[in-house]
Design a protein around this ligand. Structure first.
Ligand SMILES: [Zn+2]
Length: 158
């Protein structure tokens, strides 16, 4: 797999020292090639600086829902999953057969633009969510705005 041709820095693949990174960034952390030729890509959408700052659980939770709705909307053919990091500093994104840096960032940006103008948190009802009262749409919007302002540095992990 030529990750460089997909737009990624090969040096940022795999385990990295969290003291060396500079958030926010978008990183390809690993990939898995299946026997039939399909490729599963795992990304870090790192949002806050590790061991220095973290998201409140309300923002983390609402942002998770908003990202879920966004990736389903923009990448229905390749989106597998998005989930919050337990350290509350970002999200894991899993895509099938979409490994291009430019495309991942384009979609991420489109989703962030949608979040800024969102009128509600999607799936935030008791039938869809395990803690439907625990959301912070205002905080999620502020976070989206802040991330948009840093778009030019998303490719810079270190
Ligand atoms: Zn939920």
């Amino acid at each position: 797999m030529d990750v460089k041709a997909l737009g990624w820095d090969p040096l940022t693949l795999g385990e990295i020292d969290h003291r060396d990174v500079c958030a926010p960034y978008v990183r390809l952390s690993s990939y898995l090639e299946g026997a039939a030729g399909d490729v599963t890509y795992v990304y870090d959408l790192r949002v806050t600086q590790p061991n220095n700052d973290y998201l409140t659980t309300g923002i983390l939770h609402s942002f998770e829902h908003l990202l879920l709705a966004g990736f389903r909307k923009y990448l229905p053919e390749s989106f597998v999953s998005v989930a919050p990091m337990g350290c509350q500093t970002g999200f894991y994104l899993i895509l099938q057969n979409e490994g291009r840096f430019e495309e991942v960032c384009r979609v991420y940006r489109a989703i962030l633009d949608d979040i800024v103008t969102a009128g509600e948190v999607p799936y935030a009802s008791p039938d869809n969510c395990g803690q439907a009262v625990h959301h912070d749409l205002g905080g999620a919007k502020e976070l989206a705005q802040a991330l948009i302002a840093t778009e030019q540095q998303w490719g810079q992990v270190f």
